[in-house]
Design a protein around this ligand. Structure first.
Ligand code: HEM
Length: 415
């Protein structure tokens, strides 16, 4: 195999299975590699980009926002976290902003995602999971993504954001369409509708605040660069809503779905977990390491910097491949083994630490633990029962990978 064989812009390379052979090669031969521009990929804007594939380099870059910006770099009109440049959303929400503004935005909502706040949602999440399983248990089969894996995170997010029950269906449709590549107009319309809805709901929460995070965000004042307290503007409010609604659902659904496929391939691990539920937290971390639902995030170099003898120039795009760092042989013993007792397991699924470390990490872990706990209480002998449909994101250039459909069959434990 040669470097020329590798093309990380190709959609079919992702969407569930990672091109592990490429990353293994890169980690060994070219851990900091300049991916050349790709002619038939207009989303890249004719530019190449750096690929970091080693755990330590990803972590260091994640922790150095001054050098590796999530907003933009010199000479660029717009960077952001995807390999394609975006202009509009830059600086409008925490994930596409650098400290100190990013920290100020994050402080507004931090408390809503603390371990304590997440514990308060456990009861709701468990009841919801049981109810969804009740809906298909007697059939002995289901389509896992739509009937459980997508549904639980979406409903929990809606609860956190204070979306009234009557509006949830349409918000879910928009979040799905926003990431769906099949129709460009549909995708744009979904964004427009979601932003309009978020502004309206935001106004309502300002007028009649309720006990949810969104009410808190619209009312809060954060100091600007001069220390003057200001509120988020209408666009920033809508952008926050969209970030939480999509970021909090797409990722967790792919961890749950990919996790079940891993268990189907490793039935001994499933039985181990069934007989010892104290392993749930460790198993969840292994599911996250194994599935790495956010393949990469991109940064832009703000200055010339040398990493592993390679000179990265100010303004260059730098991509940090969590999915590769999570298979790094120098950090994880036997990285291609799915091992629910793995310890330590300091994976990069939520990023490598630093300012942007996933805000929803505690929440996602809680959801995954509960979904598996409840499935194991009532279901056994899982098998794939139809065609698995992958999920690709060409607009996002492979940021997310995962599943659109996973039909499964199982035996209920009372059988
Ligand atoms: C399995 C589930 C999830 C995965 C794999 C995941 C992954 C990530 C990753 C890789 C980052 C970027 C870290 C960095 O660049 O350093 C991130 C940031 C973020 N995540 Fe998650 N996430 C998940 C679930 C959630 C949930 C449930 C929520 C919210 C409800 C959420 C909200 C966010 C937000 C707001 C940020 C940006 C934080 C910042 O910029 O300060 N995520 N996530």
């Amino acid at each position: 195999m040669q470097l020329e064989d590798i093309d990380l812009s190709k959609l079919a390379s992702f969407g569930g299975d990672m091109p592990d052979h490429w990353f293994t090669f890169l980690r060994e031969e070219a851990p900091v590699w300049f991916h050349p521009p790709v002619d038939d990929c207009p989303e890249l804007g004719g530019e190449g980009f750096w690929v970091f594939s080693k755990y330590d380099d990803i972590r260091s870059a994640n922790r150095d926002s001054r050098t590796f910006s999530a907003e933009t770099g010199p000479g660029r009109t717009g960077g952001g976290i995807m390999l394609r440049d975006v202009d509009q959303a830059l600086g409008s929400n925490m994930i596409m902003t650098d400290p100190p503004k990013q920290q100020r935005m994050r402080q507004l909502v931090n408390i809503g995602f603390s371990p304590r706040a997440v514990r308060r949602l456990e009861h709701y999440t468990r009841a919801l999971t049981r109810e969804r399983i009740d809906g298909f248990l007697a059939r002995g089969e289901c389509e896992l993504v739509s009937e459980l894996a997508a549904e639980v995170p979406l409903q929990v997010i809606a609860e956190i954001l204070g979306v009234p029950a009557s509006d949830r269906e349409k918000v879910f449709t928009w979040t799905n369409k926003a990431l769906d590549d099949s129709d460009d107009d549909d995708r744009m319309n979904a964004y427009i509708q979601m932003y309009a809805y978020a502004s309206e709901l935001g106004q309502e929460k300002k007028d009649r605040p309720t006990d949810d995070i969104f009410s808190r965000v619209v009312a809060a004042e954060i100091p600007d660069e001069n220390g003057t307290p200001v509120r988020l503007n209408e666009f920033e409010i809508a952008s926050f809503f969209q970030l939480i609604a999509t970021g909090g659902s797409e990722t967790t659904r792919n961890a749950i779905t990919g996790g079940l496929l891993a268990f189907i391939d490793h039935p001994d691990q499933l039985e181990r977990l069934r007989s010892d539920r104290a392993l749930l937290p460790k198993a969840t971390d292994e599911i996250l390491r194994w599935t790495s639902p956010v393949n990469y995030f991109r940064r832009t170099a703000t200055r010339d910097v040398v990493v592993r003898d390679q000179t990265i120039r100010a303004g260059d795009k730098v991509s940090l491949w969590h999915c590769s760092g999570n298979r790094d042989e120098d950090v994880f013993r036997d990285p291609f083994r799915f091992d629910i007792t793995r310890s330590p397991n300091d994976h990069l699924a939520f990023g490598g630490g630093g300012a942007h470390y996933c805000l929803g990490a505690n929440l996602a872990k809680m959801e995954i633990e509960i979904v598996y706990d409840e499935m194991l209480n009532r279901m056994t002998e899982f098998e794939v029962a139809g065609e698995i449909e992958r999920f690709y994101t060409s607009w996002y250039l492979n940021v997310f990978g995962g599943y659109q459909r996973l039909p499964i069959r199982f035996r209920t434990l009372s059988d």
